[in-house]
Design a protein around this ligand. Structure first.
Ligand code: PMP
Length: 439
């Protein structure tokens, strides 16, 4: 594969951009020796500056349920951009998008728009503290809620240190530059384990504002919740008078029209959305029932932001929601079917080639991990058994054949409505070749 132009750009980039790009995930850490610089995308395809074409399964980390440059998105954004990009005033499209969201989310009365999942989660935690008057929050090992200091603990297994006893996990800050004070009120628990959560709630419930979790562990490959676990976790929180906060930044408007809350029959107190919602624009939201959302009225719990409710992003969000829900939620069904097919067939290819690759999925979210276990059910199993280097090799061999699997070894891959049967077939053929080569 010719990469001369990317090489030239990388050399220039290294003079002016840290790691040659704007996030560690996109640079030479995951794409050796340098990343392919992308030029454009259409549907499920992207092209780099050397003209190489890729079938994209990374899809902006889940931000593109309709794929790249969907005609309806291009049309609405082109039409609206001439009328101004951002006003920082109340907007008609803000009302329309919120109405559509609330109609899809039975557990939500009101939404508040933000820009990124990180900001939304930061606000969600602040709301929980403001409402309850309690200090502590509980998060789970391997769950990522963005890069806000207070939640940046025990999310990343690429730098494993001692994890401690599962009943009392060691809290591992994920970054330098965090003061112990920033996370001393953030407790960490093992996930997918009712007894562990019960113990934490018994010990700390009186001081806990909320329990925050992803409905599907999605920053550690794809780890589904055990049957009944989420509902039980919600019940336990209610019994201990602790708010149940579901972070749907990844799962929202993806795993079902109503997200993980719908899929697993939950009524979370606080919910956050991002990624898929903006269809490639930075649109996120904090949402919940009235009695929760009123906490941010008039800045009681402060939520500000010059860029909140970006006009073009909201037109994209509204159009995405209309497209995905059309014809009896056909878009949601389609991405789930593609994810299921990728999962089943990748697992078959792994078996056929005798490789220890396992693919787990929830609908459109899927991820191959190399492990000798039959299934990964939690973070500790992931850290102890998953060969990240092997995934790095596999994803590189895929990209070399024009199939863009994420180079980020702990995230996941995804489907969009624009992947075709021939895209799937080509990806499976490439996976077979990659796994053969790795023998
Ligand atoms: N929550 C979850 C569950 C996420 O996966 C992410 C991003 N990977 C975030 C929050 C943060 O979102 P953003 O990158 O938009 O700040």
């Amino acid at each position: 594969m010719k990469t001369d132009n990317s090489k030239i750009l990388f050399d220039r980039a290294m003079q002016v951009l840290v790691e040659g790009c704007s996030s560690a995930s996109r640079g030479p850490l995951n794409y050796k020796p340098y990343p392919a610089y992308m030029r454009e995308g259409k549907g499920a395809r992207i092209w780099d500056v050397d003209g190489n074409e890729f079938i994209d399964w990374q899809l902006s980390f889940g931000c593109l349920p309709l794929g790249h440059a969907h005609p309806k998105i291009v049309e609405i954004v082109q039409e609206k951009v001439a009328g101004g990009t951002h006003f920082a005033t109340a907007l008609e499209v803000e009302v329309e998008t919120a109405e559509l969201m609330v109609s899809m989310l039975p557990h939500v009365d009101k939404v508040r728009f933000a820009n990124t999942g990180t900001e939304a989660c930061m606000t969600g935690v602040r709301m929980a503290r403001g409402i309850t008057g309690k200090r502590k929050v509980l998060k789970f090992e391997g769950h990522y809620h963005g890069w806000y200091d207070g939640l940046l603990v025990s999310s990343n297994p690429q730098y494993p240190t001692t994890l401690g006893h599962p009943n009392d996990p060691v809290r591992i800050p994920d970054s330098s530059g965090l003061t112990p004070g920033s996370w001393e009120d953030t407790l960490v628990c093992v996930w997918n384990d009712e007894d562990a959560l019960e113990r934490m709630l018994d010990a700390h419930g009186h001081d806990l504002a909320c329990v925050v979790m992803e409905g599907v562990m999605s920053n550690m490959g794809v780890i589904p919740p055990k049957p009944g676990y989420l509902k039980r976790a919600q019940e336990m929180c209610r019994a201990h008078n602790v708010l149940f906060y579901l972070d749907e930044t990844v799962t929202g408007f993806r795993v079902a029209p109503g997200g993980a809350a719908e899929l697993y029959d939950l009524q979370p107190d606080i919910v956050t959305y991002g990624k898929a919602l903006g269809q490639g624009f930075p649109v996120a939201a904090i949402a919940g029932p009235d009695h929760i959302m009123e906490s941010i009225e008039y800045g009681k719990v402060l939520h500000y932001g010059s860029h909140n409710a970006p006009r073009l992003g909201l037109y994209a969000a509204k159009t995405m929601l209309e497209e995905m829900t059309r014809d009896d939620q056909a878009g949601f069904k389609k991405i789930a079917e593609i994810g299921e097919q990728m999962t089943t067939r990748l697992n078959q290819v792994a078996k056929d080639t005798g490789q220890n690759m396992r693919v787990q999925n929830v609908g459109s979210m899927f991820h191959p991990v190399f492990t000798d276990l039959d299934a990964i059910t939690d973070y500790r199993e992931f850290c102890a058994t998953v060969d990240l280097k092997k995934y790095g090799t596999f994803s590189e061999l895929m990209r070399n054949q024009g199939i863009f699997f994420s180079g980020n070894k702990i995230l996941h891959n995804l489907s969009c409505t624009e992947h075709t049967q021939s895209d799937i077939d080509a990806s499976i053929t490439a996976a077979g070749k990659a796994l053969e080569q790795m023998k």
